[in-house]
Design a protein around this ligand. Structure first.
Ligand SMILES: Cc1cc2nc3c(=O)[nH]c(=O)nc-3n(C[C@H](O)[C@H](O)[C@H](O)COP(=O)(O)OP(=O)(O)OC[C@H]3O[C@@H](n4cnc5c(N)ncnc54)[C@H](O)[C@@H]3O)c2cc1C
Length: 386
């Protein structure tokens, strides 16, 4: 405790998860030290599609968690950042036979849960969004979904944390965590009442130094952990929401800019990939095909590194399963959709030393209790996967 009787929490990692958590802890009266390599946005939160959804989330418990994440964005977190959160839904339009089957199956599953979804026709999608439509395409809208701009939202949180007077930064690489202290590569130490490891793909190593084994998905190129995103300049495009199609997914990043994804191209993504002209050209051709216009420029292609625990599901809570524990963690895929809800829930658990049933299925202890027998998750390759 600090001299003023406040709980001191050290958060390792300042991606979208670490930053939202730090903000939630400060709101609940804690003093926070953020341990991070940089104050700038980096990691998975820097190269993310930032589609707010609970679209293809299985099993049911994970679907329920993502729906809670989406509701939290709608009702609590999004309204605090109205300029950077866009609720215009999401459209899927596919003509490939396999993709049609996947979309129909998902539509039925989601509507059976009461998730808003409606069939539409491809020609009406084509007219509304000015995109090319295959004659045999099927199309559906998912009106409760949205997208956001993580960078300015995170910057606003960092500013609020500075103004609170209760957040300090310790810049450097954390190399070990034990009980109530974090060791940095420089040899410096940060002591705190609680430590939360929210370091994305760096979490597993830090958890291991704290005596906890957190398996992550295979890290090889072409696997689920890696994906490209391309930035495109498209003057006065009229797309207002994410659109998922057979060969390319797009979402607006500004009135003249789109973010572009092609899931089958992600086979080539990995830690060692060289991003050359042919990749730029591949995205350009797919975009030209979708938009039916030639004045399209790919300005940048980046490779992103997804944060995915071995069973694909969120890991959140005290590492030893005890709500009075010193060491906690949050490691998750879909972290843009989930971070605000997880941050709020875990901050409350830490401060009140209680467990929230909403996170029951997502505790770190599930890896300690059972030999992990779940099949390795496949890479996202079908429309609507992420
Ligand atoms: C291509 C792609 C598309 C995606 N699309 C979506 C989407 O549409 N919707 C959605 O909800 N999610 C999406 N995601 C997932 C989402 O972006 C991530 O789940 C989320 O950004 C994870 O945030 P994080 O803060 O946990 O990790 P990160 O953003 O990776 O942040 C971790 C931070 O910890 C720091 N760190 C790591 N190790 C250490 C250490 N030892 N010492 C100090 N600091 C350390 C890193 O430098 C980094 O800044 C996507 C991800 C990718 C890659």
């Amino acid at each position: 405790m600090t001299r003023e009787g406040r709980l001191h929490v050290a958060v390792v990692g300042a991606g979208f998860v670490g930053t939202t958590l730090a903000a939630a802890l400060v709101r609940r009266g804690c003093v926070v030290t953020i341990v991070a390599r940089t104050r700038e946005l980096s990691g998975a939160s820097e190269v993310t599609y930032a589609w707010l959804n609970s679209h293809r989330k299985r099993p049911e418990a994970y679907q329920a968690l993502n729906q809670q994440g989406l509701r939290h964005w709608r009702t609590v977190f999004g309204p605090a950042h109205p300029e950077y959160v866009h609720w215009h839904g999401h459209t899927v339009m596919v003509s490939d036979r396999l993709h049609k089957g996947a979309v129909r199956e998902r539509f039925d599953y989601l509507t059976s849960l009461g998730y808003p979804a409606e069939w539409t026709t491809a020609p009406s999608v084509g007219r509304e969004l000015s995109i090319h439509v295959a004659p045999d395409a099927i199309a559906a809208n998912f009106p409760s979904e949205g997208h956001c701009e993580p960078e300015p939202i995170r910057a606003a949180l960092v500013e609020q944390l500075g103004l609170s007077g209760r957040c300090t930064w310790k810049l450097g690489e954390a190399v070990g965590v034990e009980d109530q202290s974090i060791t940095l590569r420089s040899g410096a130490r940060v002591g705190a009442d609680r430590v939360v490891i929210a370091a994305g793909n760096g979490s597993s190593e830090l958890l291991s130094s704290a005596g906890f084994d957190l398996p992550m998905v295979a890290q090889h190129g072409g696997g689920p952990a890696w994906g490209f995103l391309a930035d495109a300049r498209v003057p006065a495009h009229s797309l207002c929401r994410p659109v998922t199609t057979d060969r390319v997914n797009v979402r607006p990043t500004g009135p003249d800019a789109l973010l572009v994804q092609a899931l089958d191209v992600d086979e080539a993504a990995g830690p060692e990939v060289e991003i050359g002209q042919s990749l730029h050209e591949e995205y350009r051709l797919r975009l030209v095909e979708l938009l039916g216009r030639e004045d399209v420029e790919i300005t940048r292609v980046r490779v992103g590194h997804r944060v995915i625990p071995a069973d694909s599901m969120t890991v959140a809570g005290p590492v030893d399963g005890n709500p009075k524990s010193r060491v906690w963690t949050i490691v998750t895929h879909s972290g843009i959709t989930l971070a605000p809800f997880l941050a709020e829930t875990v901050a409350a658990e830490i401060v009140e030393e209680r467990e929230d049933p909403a996170l029951e299925t997502f505790r770190p202890q599930r890896f300690a209790e059972t030999e992990s027998e779940s099949a390795a998750p496949s890479a996202p390759r079908l429309p609507g996967e992420q």
